[in-house]
Write a protein of this length. Structure first.
Lengths: 223, 130
């Protein structure tokens, strides 16, 4: 695979190393001279100097034959445009954009750039995962399939405590796919009984979140 | 534009920028009916506050080509502004985005054309041109 990475910061440099180690051909583009020189000592010809939002720089780096373009500069506008030009001008199949400010994610979405990866967002999700203070953690959003997977802790006083999965009264379009208990987990059947203290993973149609959390948490404000 | 009777709203990240609008005017920009909002253009709240939803025309002319190209597309696609004009210094990017349907104004290209015309003697300037 030929990967073009724009931005040789910590993310770009390490990503280039990993991809090269795995046997891929990589070109890194960096616009700051000093940074370029530092990285060039290690990566040599695999890094080029220039502004990766300029067409001639991208073309010199071989964007036309790239299988993957990764835009990981510190500037969201740059990352957006690099991915937009890669896809729409040069027909690159796969792009990945870094979104530095999670408030800009909506702009990536508007211009059809995906995936856009926001480190702040990922860290926030991890924190929520570790500290389930909101009662519910979004594990995965499948926007195109219109599905999401959420994780909830079943409270000791939950209306679901001691209830069989089949009797939970979940709306159509929601399914308990896993119950985590005592450090283990299993895929439940209709007969399986939910207990207070369990963590349940539920796959559901977008929009059912409120109805589903009510069954487990009982209080809507806890969600 | 304001003097022509249009409603004009200016958005700038620098609160001092209003001084440029007031400079050399007898009455201040806001007294003359202009609006001024402080904020960066990628902030949707700032765009809304500056009135992007009511705008008939939108000009993206910050000092950054990439910022201009992104906000122009936001104005066009998200807020459906009819007439969007965007300043792009780099002729190559200006050309490609123009082909994608944006109205790009490239001062570099304009300067090249004027300079060339002057060099070839097709036009002759007295004093400052452009």
């Amino acid at each position: 695979m030929y990967a073009l990475i724009v931005g040789a910061g910590k993310v770009g440099w390490n990503l280039a190393r990993e991809l090269i180690d795995k046997g891929n051909e990589v070109t890194l583009v960096e616009e700051h001279r000093r940074r370029y020189e530092t990285v060039e000592e290690e990566l040599e010809h695999a890094i080029q100097y220039g502004d990766g939002t300029e067409l001639w720089v991208l073309e010199r780096a071989g964007i036309e034959r790239a299988d993957l373009v990764v835009a990981v500069t510190g500037d969201d506008e740059d990352n957006l445009l690099i991915c937009q030009m890669a896809t729409e001008k040069y027909g690159v199949d796969r792009v990945v954009a870094r979104c530095n400010n999670p408030r800009n994610l909506q702009h990536f979405e508007l211009l059809g750039i995906k995936p856009a990866v926001s480190a702040t967002d990922l860290i926030l999700r991890l924190i929520e995962h570790e500290v389930p203070k909101y009662g519910l953690v979004h594990l995965l959003d499948l926007k195109e399939e219109r599905l999401e997977i959420i994780e909830m802790e079943v409270g000791i006083d939950s209306p679901a405590d001691g209830v069989r999965v089949a009797d939970l009264g979940l709306p159509d379009g929601a399914l308990v796919i896993s119950i985590l208990r005592d450090g283990g987990g299993f895929v439940p059947v209709g007969e399986s009984v939910v207990r207070g203290g369990d963590e349940v993973l539920v796959v559901l149609d977008i929009g059912l979140e409120e109805a589903v959390t009510q069954r487990f948490i009982g209080r809507t404000e806890a969600a | 534009m304001l003097a022509d009777g249009h409603e004009v709203s200016v958005l700038d990240e620098n609160p001092e920028a209003i001084a440029l609008l007031n400079k050399g005017q007898e009455r201040s920009w806001e007294d003359l009916g202009g609006s001024f909002t402080v904020g960066t253009a990628l902030e949707i709240d700032a765009l809304l506050q500056a009135g992007v939803e009511q705008a008939d025309a939108f000009v993206a002319s910050t000092d950054g080509d990439n910022t201009n190209l992104v906000i122009a597309q936001i104005a066009q696609r998200r807020f459906a502004v009819d007439r969007v004009v965007v300043r792009v210094l780099d002729p190559a990017r200006a050309k490609w985005y123009a082909e994608q349907g944006l109205q790009t104004i490239c001062p570099t290209q304009t300067a090249i054309e004027l300079l060339e015309a002057a060099v070839r003697g097709r036009i002759r300037f007295e004093g400052v041109a452009g």
